[in-house]
Design a binder for this molecule. Structure first.
Ligand SMILES: Nc1nc2c(c(=O)[nH]1)N[C@@H](CN(C=O)c1ccc(C(=O)N[C@@H](CCC(=O)O)C(=O)O)cc1)CN2
Length: 281
């Protein structure tokens, strides 16, 4: 029977470990706050930002919230980031993505000091990860590695197919799996014979951005399936990129949506904040 990988339980374990560590750091006089910036009022972003602030409170670190109007200019946002880069009480800075179209996302990411880049999106963080140097890891891919390891799923030597090549999930995911000694294939919208390729995967990681796109015909019997997608239907019900009901019986382990990868993104963000407080980066 397929094992359901419970991201809620594993993310809680991680946050509980971090809570203890934060208490120890505080006892040594080390404190820090996460600056959370949201531009505009996209409802999904508001949910994620709120959950991030709640997670800060849970593990015992501060959060400084910036809820900026949609019309905020790029220059105004850059000024705020510049100030936050200099503040000693701020251990991490995150700008919730996506930002409104008139703001250049890359410029914003690059303005955040790599020392406070707890999202792990800065080119310096990505470069460090690529060559195995210390640096903040992108939260969703790092969360998936934790999900696999804490579920005792062997990665080394396995064929992992990652569908999706975004800078925040697909590419770093492939690199982290490679770092764990998996044999990695990246598939994307132009990949030929996607189904045949996916059927070769021992571990299939899906970040394709299409609701319920992956059915059982893409999955090798007994494979591990990780669903990064998150979509809301007309009845406000969430689903992933994987058709869970059809695929689950054919897997050895699978993540649900909700309650799989999503909560891990926030747990790993907290992990990066604590790493920043430790001053290890
Ligand atoms: N600055 C960033 N922006 C975005 C990131 C990111 O890592 N940093 N990732 C995504 C959104 N995201 C975090 O911000 C995120 C997405 C989903 C979840 C989550 O816990 N999902 C729950 C369901 C929650 C719901 O009711 O909608 C689940 O899957 O169980 C957390 C964080 C894009 N932007």
């Amino acid at each position: 029977m397929a094992k359901r990988i419970d991201g809620k339980v594993i993310s809680k374990q991680i946050k509980d470990e971090l809570k203890e560590e934060v208490a120890q750091l505080k006892a040594k006089g080390i404190e820090g706050s996460l600056a959370v910036i949201q531009v505009g009022n996209d409802p999904a972003s508001s949910v994620y930002v709120n959950n991030k602030k709640k997670a800060c409170e849970y593990i015992g670190i501060g959060s400084i919230s910036y809820e900026l109007p949609e019309e905020t200019t790029e220059a105004e946002l850059l000024d705020i980031i510049e100030d936050l880069n200099k503040r000693e009480d701020v251990c991490g800075i995150l700008v919730q993505l996506p930002v409104p179209k008139h703001i250049d996302e890359d410029k914003i990411i690059q303005a955040i000091s790599p020392k406070k880049d707890v999202d792990g999106f800065h080119p310096q963080s990505v470069g460090a990860m690529t060559i195995g140097e210390p640096g903040f890891l992108s939260c969703t891919p790092a969360g998936i590695i934790q999900l696999l390891k804490r579920s005792n799923i062997e990665i080394e030597g396995k064929h992992c197919v990652v569908i999706g090549r975004s800078n925040i999930v697909g590419k770093p995911m492939a690199l982290l799996m490679l770092r764990e000694n998996a044999t990695v294939t990246i598939a994307h919208s132009k990949t030929k014979n996607l189904k045949e390729l996916c059927k070769q995967a021992d571990i299939l990681i899906v970040a394709i951005g299409k609701p319920k796109f992956i059915d059982e015909s893409y999955v090798k019997e007994g494979a591990v399936v990780i669903d990064v997608g998150i979509h809301r239907n007309e009845e406000n019900k969430l689903c992933g990129d994987v058709d869970f009901e059809k695929v689950e019986p054919h897997t050895s382990a699978i993540t649900p949506v909700p309650g799989g990868v999503g909560p891990m993104t926030i747990a790993m963000l907290m992990n990066n904040c604590v790493e920043s407080m430790r001053g290890q980066k």
